[in-house]
Design a protein around this ligand. Structure first.
Ligand SMILES: [Zn+2]
Length: 353
């Protein structure tokens, strides 16, 4: 009888990662595994176990799949490295999160302008994978710890997103309806993908709620919403392709980052609304304020943007807003079928006008 580790490697044709992780990477994976254990203990007993492995692939991607009746989540080694390099770079800058002591930091001199390239995955992947980041990391202890904390949170968010695909029945539903045995997270372009975008939206909702509520003390929930908001917004950007034509919003496997951000905010709002309407508003506004301010500095600089691209702009466009509602309403069409495959409760139907 094969172990799940062997099955993971078999499914990947021997391409599971066998190398050594450094201390930072081990910390990230440790946080993901601990969060998973805690989540399982607190979830309905029906929630399935998954095997978490690392794929020996240097692109920025994650997968969820089912093989010989076992569930697997694979994170590419490229993704782990890129997230690590990215947060080290971010906290080594003295113009981001200025309230955390920046006296020891000097802005790293990375002379790359990526604005000419077509694809965010290639560009950011190339930059944070191939550029020598060995010496690019924050110098102060506090900023070092923040880089680790945010990086681990970003990867946990993505892990819970994958787990959402499994536990909300997306994977089994897709296997039954179109023989799709695997979910990929890098955005791909093809025709008419509303159902796929809707499943991604639902997986994001699951990840957002799980990562916020993993913190036990409600006093820290608002900070946790901020961290997760910050980490997830960067993940959305890193996973996204550049979309310049607003008439093509339906033609991608994943919603554009601006819409994923809106979904995230909706989840934050709904989460805190259970306790009070006022605190829900306060926290949602704070997340928008901090996350967008800080992440704009970095992305506009790294991507060499002179003005905000459509992928960065947040919900100010009527077409983007309309598309957000179309995705939310697609849920009503697939919700009942999905519930047959889900391992726990899923969202009820709701009409978005
Ligand atoms: Zn997904």
């Amino acid at each position: 009888m094969e172990t799940t580790k062997e099955l993971f490697n078999e499914y990947l044709d021997g391409n599971s990662f066998n190398g050594e992780l450094d201390e930072f990477e081990k910390y990230m994976m440790g946080v993901v595994k601990d969060s998973y254990e805690v989540m399982l203990q607190e979830s309905p007993e029906s929630y399935p176990e998954v095997y978490l492995g690392i794929v020996n692939d240097y692109t920025f991607n994650a997968i969820a799949f089912k093989y010989k009746n076992n569930y697997f989540i694979g994170l590419n080694i490229g993704l782990i490295r890129i997230v690590k390099n990215f947060y080290n770079y971010l906290f080594s800058r003295n113009d981001v999160f200025k309230e955390i002591d920046t006296s020891e930091e000097q802005n790293p001199d990375i002379d790359i302008n990526l604005s000419e390239l077509d694809n965010y995955i290639d560009t950011i992947g190339d930059l944070f994978n191939n550029y020598d980041f060995e010496s690019v990391y924050p110098k102060s202890k506090e900023r070092k710890n923040n880089a680790k904390h945010f990086a681990a949170n970003a990867v946990s968010y993505l892990f819970f997103h994958e787990y959402g695909h499994i536990v909300h029945g997306h994977l089994d539903y897709s296997i039954k309806t179109n023989k799709n045995f695997v979910f990929f997270e890098s955005n791909s372009k093809n025709e008419g993908n509303l159902i796929s975008q809707c499943l991604e939206m639902d997986a994001d909702s699951f990840a957002a709620t799980k990562t916020i509520s993993l913190i036990k003390d409600p006093e820290f929930w608002s900070g946790s919403a901020l961290t997760t908001g910050f980490s997830s917004v960067f993940m959305f950007q890193l996973l996204s392709t550049k979309i310049d034509n607003l008439n093509e919003l339906s033609n991608y496997s994943h919603p554009i980052p601006a819409i994923r951000q809106m979904i995230y905010l909706n989840m934050v709002y709904a989460f805190f609304y259970q306790f009070s309407e006022k605190s829900a508003e306060e926290i949602a506004f704070k997340v928008v304020d901090v996350v967008l301010k800080e992440h704009k500095i970095v992305f506009m600089d790294v991507l060499g943007l002179e003005k905000e691209s459509l992928a960065i702009v947040n919900s100010v466009n009527e077409k983007v807003n309309q598309h957000f509602k179309i995705i939310m309403n697609t849920w009503n069409e697939i919700r009942d079928d999905l519930s047959k495959y889900a391992y726990g409760p899923i969202a009820e139907k709701k009409i978005w006008k």
